[in-house]
Design a protein around this ligand. Structure first.
Ligand code: FE2
Length: 364
């Protein structure tokens, strides 16, 4: 299976991975032969990349870090829990939230268990989902990234659990922002952006009023948009004024935001998302966190088409867990010609060879 840009698909290509909507319903099944109409639908759903089947890459697999069952039930629980925040009146909110606290805790524990068994660097590209409400899937993705990063930073289990609860609920305050502003695809006006910004403090107030939610999780909601140089919001905290978890969430949140399919722009690939983090390392994001994060994610995910610095071209076969930017590559092309005998090279053993280019589109 290999990763292909949606706009480069042709009728007759076979889909390599099932595409689900947010409710876990199948939109297009693995193995289906794509028609022009289906390809058009994929574009309408703003899906930038899909996996397709291909005889030369049929042994290449991509593993989503948690089971489909857990993913679907987690998204449903997040949805339910966020709806609680939206529906009840302010006085009752904290109390009502107590109930979902237990559910969120058990989801976080299940995610931690499954992540522990997932030895590969994580790639959330490995399944394609479409969704109407980005916020629920985003909350789950941020939780997986934050937990992977927390683990890399060697946080103990009890801290990871608190971090996970903070991550899964970090954007709950968005339920208090008017929907038309929240889902507006175009550029936001200043006043609309001010409204969006209120979600950090609103989330904090909501979470801290629940006796079942750890206070530090409430601070995750409060601080995930703070930046190291003080340029963030809502309070403009700088450096060590920002809680350790707040710094972790900033990295996880931005990475998921730029690498997800969105209505108003194409999804970046992991290495491009990392570039965004690098460009802010030490100024916007904690340098140590950015460094640790690059060790958690599959920088060149399985199935990606790459060009090497010696001109050879190929497709990523699998990952080296300790060296996330040095995967195993199947070579298809040498000196501009497709070769008869495809072969695999391990970039962890050939240190002079590096990935130079990927099959990307310019993201503007
Ligand atoms: Fe946020």
């Amino acid at each position: 299976m290999r990763l292909a840009l949606t706009h480069s698909l042709e009728a007759g290509d076979r889909l390599g991975k099932t595409i689900y909507n947010e409710n876990g319903k199948i939109l297009l099944r693995q193995g289906v032969t794509l028609t022009d109409r289906m390809i058009g639908r994929l574009s309408e759903f703003h899906i930038t990349y899909v996996y397709i089947e291909d005889p030369d890459t049929d042994d290449i697999e991509s593993h989503y870090p948690i089971t489909e069952e857990l993913r679907t039930s987690a998204v449903q629980s997040i949805k339910k829990s966020f709806a609680t925040a939206q529906d009840s009146d302010t006085m009752k909110k904290g109390f009502v939230f107590d109930k979902s606290a237990n559910e969120m805790t058990s989801i976080v524990r299940s995610i931690m268990d499954e992540l522990r068994n997932h030895k590969e660097a994580i790639s959330l590209l490995s399944d394609v989902f479409t969704y109407d409400d980005y916020i629920f899937t985003h909350s789950l993705n941020v939780t997986m990234y934050a937990l992977a990063l927390g683990k890399q930073l060697q946080l103990p289990y009890s801290k990871l659990e608190q971090l996970g609860i903070g991550a899964i609920l970090h954007d709950v305050g968005k339920m208090m922002v008017p929907r038309d502003v929240l889902l507006k695809p175009g550029r936001l006006s200043n006043s609309e952006f001010e409204l969006i910004k209120t979600h950090a403090e609103a989330g904090f107030e909501l979470l801290r009023s629940s006796s079942q939610i750890p206070l530090v999780a409430a601070h995750c909601a409060f601080q995930h948009h703070e930046r190291m140089d003080g340029s963030g919001y809502p309070r403009g905290l700088a450096g060590d004024e920002i809680h350790y978890f707040g710094k972790i969430l900033a990295v996880a949140d931005v990475f998921d935001a730029v690498t997800s399919n969105r209505v108003y722009r194409a999804a970046m690939l992991p290495h491009e998302g990392l570039e965004i983090l690098y460009s802010g390392a030490g100024t916007l994001f904690d340098q140590e966190m950015v460094e640790a994060f690059r060790k958690c994610i599959a920088i060149y995910p399985n199935g990606l088409s790459v060009e090497l610095n010696d001109g050879r071209k190929g497709i990523v076969v699998s990952q080296n867990p300790a060296l996330c930017d040095r995967p195993i590559i199947r070579i298809f092309e040498e000196d501009g010609y497709e070769i008869e005998q495809k072969y695999d090279i391990d970039l962890s053993e050939q240190l002079s060879v590096v990935v130079k280019n990927c099959d990307t589109i310019s993201v503007g």
